[in-house]
Design a protein around this ligand. Structure first.
Ligand SMILES: Nc1ncnc2c1ncn2[C@@H]1O[C@H](COP(=O)(O)OP(=O)(O)OP(=O)(O)O)[C@@H](O)[C@H]1O
Ligand SMILES: [Mg+2]
Length: 218
């Protein structure tokens, strides 16, 4: 139904964490979720198979640029959401994962290097969409924010000035997000759960995610 690729040229702004959050939350909401792990480090697929404790979803490790598009299109026919996690160094597999996507989410933290790389990733995404003669919606999401710091305000201003479409939802810097990779669960209470719910709500509002079938939570 929809292919959502999470990409950034820079390593470490939170692609895998955001994939984990979206996949776990959507599958809990009753959607059929299929994940492709296009990162050779296999962080997403190892987490899914060895650590994740929630309702199951499929996760296939596929790093070959020759296979990713066919795999994504095949999974799209039988899933509500295909989510692709990519490597943080802008390889060909990531480019294919961006080109086959309906939507591309680019996480960034508030540092200058992240801003530049997010801008470069977004330019690349737009170039790929133009080459494929497709419309692919690309948006940034701010991660690891320390709310109300000057750095955060500066980053928000820069994104606006650079004309980078950015989700209103943000993900703060919190231990509970850092723990996802070894706890196997996403935050289910408190401020982190609220941020996750808000992110999912916004992604539905902009039609990046289908509506929940309402099995566990909204
Ligand atoms: N909002 C957050 N709060 C606290 N820690 C976070 C947050 N987001 C990510 N992290 C931590 O930061 C590290 C990098 O995050 P993650 O692996 O998701 O980034 P990535 O973009 O997938 O990296 P790579 O490019 O290497 O694949 C991880 O240890 C993760 O647990
Ligand atoms: Mg990763």
């Amino acid at each position: 139904m929809a292919i959502l690729t999470v990409a950034s040229f820079k390593g470490g702004p939170g692609k895998t964490t955001i994939c984990q959050i979206i996949a776990a939350r959507c599958v809990a909401d009753g959607l059929v979720v299929s994940v492709i792990d296009a990162d050779p480090t296999k962080a997403m697929s190892n987490w899914c198979h060895d650590t994740y404790e929630g309702k199951p979803f499929s996760c296939t490790a596929e790093t070959s640029e020759r296979s990713i598009a066919d795999l994504a299109i095949g999974l799209d026919e039988k899933s509500d959401l295909v989510l692709i996690d990519t490597a943080g160094f802008g390889n060909l597999a990531a480019a294919v994962a961006m080109t086959v996507a309906d939507h591309i989410l680019v996480p960034l933290t508030a540092g200058a290097a992240d801003l530049n790389q997010a801008e470069e990733t977004i330019k690349q995404a737009r170039g790929l969409a133009a080459a494929a003669r497709r419309k692919i919606d690309v948006r940034a999401i701010m991660n690891r924010l320390s709310l109300k710091t000057n750095l955060t305000k500066h980053a928000e201003r820069e994104l606006l000035e650079a004309g980078i479409p950015t989700l209103k939802s943000t993900i703060s810097h919190r231990t509970s997000y850092g723990e996802i990779s070894y706890s196997g669960t996403i935050p289910k209470k408190g401020a982190a759960e609220k941020e996750i719910a808000e992110l999912i709500r916004e992604l539905r509002e902009i039609s990046w995610l289908p509506k929940a079938t309402g099995q566990e939570s909204q």
